[in-house]
Write a protein that binds this ligand. Structure first.
Ligand code: ATP
Ligand code: MG
Length: 309
């Protein structure tokens, strides 16, 4: 059995708000699956249902091959969750937090000590052994949060926007930690608004809109669905003329967040692009590879706020 999580036609309503509308997703053991989509599309709702923090109305969920509805509290121990908001005790030391959650999950005293020491070392938390958690930087709090989510050796690690609230340097550190977990075979389901993060960390990505998955695959599989081999971002006083010329050339045109993007049939140099657009007013052009951002814009649209490093 290689499937860690199997979600089939999941439905969830909050009153008249039909938040999950036939949501289906599969996470294989050992993969890092990134669930991406605009604010309010239902990502956290999926995660909370998987962690049994929320009920659902219809559909089927199998966790390690067993129906979630039959697992009751056992399921909680199979999953380690890092919520969008930090759930640590600010007045306790890092190790005290780890001990607290280890006890909550029923680890024996011997196992608890061993596991806390192991995670303090692995996440380099020993540097702050004497610092109360409330005094730690956001980045270090999030490291501890990750360690807490792993304390009971869950079969599936669930991370809800793990780097949303930290600075660039801390984000890079967290990326390295998550990459380390991925490379040692941890199965991870994560959400993010950060497309470069998803591109770097995830072995597969599911793109979500209005409560359903609209596309999924590896990053190369998703970028292959963009009808272009490269993207030219163009600034012009007369965008209409540039768009018309691009269309005459057979180059698909996109406009996202007031930025004009031309999808090139093959990678072209700046000179070739400027020559091709000759006769139109072009004030700046830059050429970019097709990334997950392009695939997201193509397949989901640009209603979401997207971050860059
Ligand atoms: N407990 C709740 N009661 C009522 N409505 C809720 C509840 N939790 C979520 N919702 C609604 O469900 C929808 C999906 O919310 P959810 O938090 O799953 O979105 P999200 O994709 O995680 O968004 P974000 O990217 O902003 O974190 C939203 O319309 C939200 O207002
Ligand atoms: Mg959310």
């Amino acid at each position: 059995m290689t499937t860690a999580l199997h979600i089939d036609h999941l439905h969830k309503r909050f009153g008249s708000n039909h938040v999950l509308d036939g949501f289906s997703l599969q996470v294989e053991k050992g993969e890092v699956l990134g669930l991406l989509g605009p604010n309010g599309c239902g990502k956290s709702t999926v995660l909370h249902i998987v962690c049994q923090l929320l009920s659902y109305d219809a559909g089927q969920i199998l966790l390690m091959g067993k129906p979630l509805s039959e697992l009751s509290h056992g399921a909680r121990a199979m999953v380690g969750l890092c919520t969008q908001r930090c759930a640590l005790y600010p007045d306790l030391l890092p190790a005290e937090n780890l001990h607290f959650f280890a006890r909550l999950y029923g680890l024996s005293e011997k196992d608890r000590k061993q596991r806390v020491a192991e995670l303090m070392g692995r996440f380099a938390l020993e540097n702050f052994a004497r610092t109360r958690v409330g005094q730690l930087s956001g980045g270090w709090q999030q490291r501890l949060h990750l360690a807490v989510a792993l304390i009971h050796r869950p079969a599936l690690l669930v991370l809800d926007e793990p780097t949303a609230a930290v600075d660039v340097e801390a984000r890079m550190d967290l990326w390295r930690l998550i990459e380390g977990l991925r490379d040692s075979g941890t199965t991870i389901l994560l959400t993010s608004h950060h497309l470069a993060e998803a591109q770097r960390l995830c072995t597969r990505v599911a793109l979500m809109r209005s409560g359903t998955v609209v596309a999924q695959g590896s990053v190369p599989e998703l970028t292959a669905r963009v009808p272009g081999q490269a993207v030219a971002k163009v600034q012009s006083q007369d965008e209409g003329a540039v768009m018309q010329r691009a269309l005459d050339l057979g180059w698909p045109v996109r406009q996202h967040a007031n930025q004009l993007r031309l999808l090139l049939p093959h990678p072209l140099g700046l000179r070739e692009i400027v020559d091709a657009l000759d006769g139109t007013q072009v004030s700046a052009v830059s050429v970019h590879p097709v990334t997950l951002e392009e695939a997201y814009l193509e397949l989901v649209g640009d209603s979401a706020m997207m971050a860059s490093i």
